[in-house]
Design a protein around this ligand. Structure first.
Ligand SMILES: Cc1ncc(COP(=O)(O)O)c(C=O)c1O
Length: 402
C-alpha cells in the first residue's frame, strides 16, 4: 500500500511547508500548537511504519470490505454515451468513503497515546465512521454536529448513539458543518493532552489535508489496478468526484494528479443556484482567506465575514474547500463545476432507476454533471460514488414527484 509514497516532486501535492501553491498552512491559535505540531512531526513517520501499514491494510480488507468494486454502469453509460465506471465507496462498511480515514486516524491516535476522540460531522457519515472505529478500539467518542444537520440526517444520529458516541449539537451560525467544526476545535483547545481530533475531510491545518488525502488515496490506488483489469489501461479520460471539504475527491485524484492526460473534474454544491445567495460553490464565489486554520478559498463578504453556505446535501454544505483543491482550481489542473439541489435530486432518482443504486445526496452532485461533460463513446469515466443514500431517504421521499 502506497500511503507513504514520496510526493515531494509533485506540483499538486503538499510541499515541505504544508502548502499547496499559496493555499494550506496551519493558522492555529497558540493553545493548539502542541497538538498540531506533534501531528506534523509524527504523521509521516507513523504512516511509513510497516506495522502501521499492515494494520491499516488488514482493517480495510477484513473490516471495511475493501477493495470496493469498480463497476461498469452499463445503462448509465448508454445514456451518457461513454464508458462510465462507478467506484463503489457506498459499499464500504458504514456506507461511505469516510471510514478509510477514520481507520487510519484511530490507529494513529493509538500510537500517539490518545484515549479520547472528537470529530465534527455534516451528513453524519464521518460521525458514524468515527463512532464505529471508537467502538472497535474501545475509545471515548464525542461528535459535534450542527443542529440543522441533526434534523436532516436523523438516521445517522441514531447510529452514532447506538455505537456509543455522544452527539453534541452546534447551535451557532448556520447550525451546519462549519459550526460543528468550530465546536470540535474549541473542544480540542480545552483538552490538549488526551484527545485526538479526527477531522473528517481534506481541510483544516497542515498536516490534516495531506494526512486525510493519504488515508483516502487507497481509492485511486485501487482504481488504477481495477481499471487496468477492465480496460487494459490504468488511466481514465475523466475522474469525477463531489467536493465538500474534499476527502473523497482527494482520494480519487491522489495517484492521478501528475498524469496530465487524466482530466480531473470536481463538483461543488450549487444549492438553489450559484448566484442565488443559497449556495456552497466555493471556487465560483470564494476568495482567499482563512477558515478552520487553513489558508484557502472561502465564501466571504467584502469585509471578510464568512457567508453562510447552503446545500440540500449536509456533506457539501461548507463555505470553504480543502487547500489541495483550491490549488487544483487555481492552477487549472482541475475543472470545477457545480450542481444545483434540483440537478442532484434528478441524478439520484436517475441512478436508482437505471442501475438499482440509491446514491448519497453528495455523490448525486457528481452524477449530475455527467450531462455537462463533452463525452465521446470511447471515453472512460471513473466517478467516485462516495456513499449510499440510506441516510437521505427522508429528503428523497419529500422531493419525489407523485
Ligand atoms: C457520502 C458523502 N460524500 C461526500 C461527502 C463530502 O465530503 P468530502 O468532500 O470530504 O468527501 C460526504 C460528507 O459527509 C459524504 O457523506
Amino acid at each position: 500500500m502506497d500511503i507513504a509514497i514520496d510526493t515531494s516532486k509533485s506540483k499538486y501535492h503538499v510541499d515541505e511547508n504544508g502548502y499547496y501553491g499559496r493555499f494550506g498552512g496551519a493558522y492555529i491559535p497558540e493553545m493548539l500548537y502542541p497538538n498540531v505540531e506533534e501531528l506534523q512531526r509524527r504523521y509521516m513517520e507513523v504512516l511509513k511504519d510497516p506495522a502501521f501499514q499492515a494494520e491499516f491494510e488488514d482493517l480495510l480488507k477484513n473490516y471495511v470490505g475493501r477493495p470496493s468494486p469498480l463497476y461498469l454502469a452499463k445503462r448509465l453509460s448508454e445514456k451518457y454515451g461513454a464508458k462510465i465506471f462507478l467506484k463503489r465507496e457506498d459499499l464500504n462498511h458504514t456506507g461511505a468513503h469516510k471510514v478509510n480515514n477514520t481507520i487510519g486516524q484511530i490507529l494513529l491516535a493509538k500510537r500517539l497515546g490518545k484515549n479520547r476522540i472528537i470529530a465534527e460531522t455534516g451528513a453524519g457519515q464521518h460521525g458514524v465512521a468515527t463512532a464505529t472505529v471508537c467502538a472497535l478500539m474501545g475509545m471515548e467518542c464525542v461528535v459535534y454536529m450542527g443542529s440543522i444537520d441533526i434534523e436532516r440526517q436523523a438516521p445517522n444520529v441514531a447510529r452514532m448513539k447506538m455505537l456509543g458516541a455522544t452527539v453534541v449539537p452546534a447551535t451557532s451560525g448556520s447550525k451546519t458543518l462549519k459550526d460543528a467544526t468550530n465546536e470540535a476545535i474549541r473542544d480540542w483547545i480545552n483538552n490538549p493532552v488526551d484527545t485526538h481530533y479526527i477531522l473528517g475531510t481534506a481541510a483544516g491545518p497542515h498536516p490534516y489535508p495531506d494526512m486525510v488525502a493519504r488515508f483516502q488515496s487507497v481509492i485511486s490506488e485501487e482504481i488504477k489496478k481495477q481499471l487496468k483489469e477492465h480496460t487494459g489501461n490504468e488511466n481514465p479520460n475523466y475522474l469525477v468526484a463531489c467536493i465538500g471539504g474534499g476527502s473523497n475527491a482527494a482520494g480519487t485524484y491522489f495517484h492521478y494528479v501528475d498524469v496530465p492526460e487524466v482530466k480531473i473534474v470536481a463538483v461543488e454544491a450549487g444549492g438553489k443556484g450559484v448566484h442565488s445567495g443559497f449556495s456552497a460553490a466555493t471556487t465560483q464565489l470564494g476568495k482567499i482567506g482563512i477558515i478552520h486554520a487553513s489558508k484557502t478559498l472561502l465564501m466571504q463578504t467584502d469585509d471578510g465575514q464568512i457567508v453562510e453556505p447552503h446545500s440540500i446535501s449536509a456533506g457539501l454544505d461548507y463555505p470553504g474547500i480543502g487547500p489541495m483543491h483550491a490549488h487544483l482550481f487555481e492552477s487549472g489542473r482541475g475543472l470545477f463545476l457545480s450542481a444545483t439541489d434540483d440537478e442532484a435530486l434528478a441524478a439520484a432518482y436517475e441512478l436508482s432507476l437505471l442501475e438499482g443504486i440509491i446514491p448519497a445526496m453528495e455523490s448525486a452532485h457528481a452524477l449530475a454533471k455527467l450531462k455537462d461533460l463533452p463525452l465521446k463513446p470511447e471515453d472512460v469515466v471513473v466517478l467516485c460514488l462516495s456513499g449510499r443514500g440510506d441516510k437521505d431517504l427522508n429528503t428523497y421521499i419529500a422531493n419525489m414527484k407523485k
